[in-house]
Design a protein around this ligand. Structure first.
Ligand code: ADP
Ligand code: ADP
Length: 236
């Protein structure tokens, strides 16, 4: 799915205020972005620059004050939440003991017109690449897992649902360095394999470069640069 943002601005209400203070800088300031179907764009920048707001806005969890967000040719406001097909993983994503896993795989794959055999083969492949148990993927209780295992299960469960758009906000920031490295390799492999359009938020430039086909550099609510690694770091 192609994602297009055209001139999007977003201000938050100041706490206890009914009106937006016009002297405050907006969280997102005239952002335009065009993400191709199957592309991974890393969003990198310092804390408070608007990365999470951007992701929530693309997910349709926040509305823009002005500007538009399109999924292919549809305005996000015209797409019902259950039809958006979005997978999201956050840094502090906790797999609650009662949380359902991929559960009824057949349901997800009916939506995407795949057979049950294809569904199971794909789920097995995802479980293998992410190094998580197939049963965990399908919804086995996860109370005894370590943080790193939980996060990998969370990512795998998102991908097995066949999302049209995958949004990750610092998904591996809380893992130790070694685990971060292996997890990002697994993630990159899966995103390439299935061609899922992805936005990947991080404050780690190296990680942004590793994960992204393109990297969007944000400062103070703006995308100040966007391009491939070569375009950003080697162009004159
Ligand atoms: P991150 O940098 O990982 O996005 P933040 O500390 O910026 O973490 O934000 C954590 C949560 O707190 C987010 O859901 C964000 O929307 C919310 N938040 C951030 N700043 C404010 C604020 N000034 N007022 C209310 N909520 C905020
Ligand atoms: P980042 O993810 O890059 O850390 P955020 O999108 O969380 O940045 O925040 C961008 C700006 O918007 C910050 O100044 C933050 O304090 C503010 N902000 C974020 N969420 C809220 C909120 N729910 N209410 C008020 N201000 C917020």
């Amino acid at each position: 799915m192609r994602i297009r943002l055209a001139d999007v601005t977003k201000r938050y209400l100041r706490e206890g205020s009914l009106r937006v203070a016009s002297d405050e800088p907006p969280a997102l300031d005239h952002i335009s972005l065009d993400i191709a179907d199957g592309e991974t764009v890393s969003v990198v920048g310092p804390s408070g620059c608007g990365k999470s707001t951007l992701l929530r806005l693309v997910a349709g969890l926040e509305t823009a004050d002005c500007g538009t967000v399109h999924y292919d040719e549809h305005d996000v406001a015209d797409v019902a939440p259950q039809d958006r097909g979005i997978g999201m993983v956050f840094q502090d994503y906790a797999l609650y003991p009662t949380m359902k896993g991929a559960g009824n795989l057949k349901y997800y794959f009916d939506v995407h017109r795949r057979t049950e055999d294809e569904a199971r083969a794909r789920a097995k492949e995802i479980a293998d690449i992410m190094g998580v148990g197939f049963e965990l993927l399908l919804g086995q209780q996860t109370t005894t897992l370590s943080g790193g295992e939980q996060q990998r299960v969370a990512i795998a469960r998102c991908i097995v649902r066949d999302p049209t758009l995958f949004l990750m906000d610092e998904p591996i920031v809380n893992l130790d360095a070694k685990l971060r490295e292996s997890t990002r390799m697994e993630m990159a492999k899966l995103l390439k394999r299935y061609g899922i359009t992805t936005m990947f938020v991080t404050h780690d430039q190296q990680e942004a470069v590793f994960m992204g086909d393109r990297i969007a550099l944000m400062r103070a609510g703006r995308v100040v640069q966007i391009g491939t690694f070569d375009e950003l770091y080697y162009s004159p």
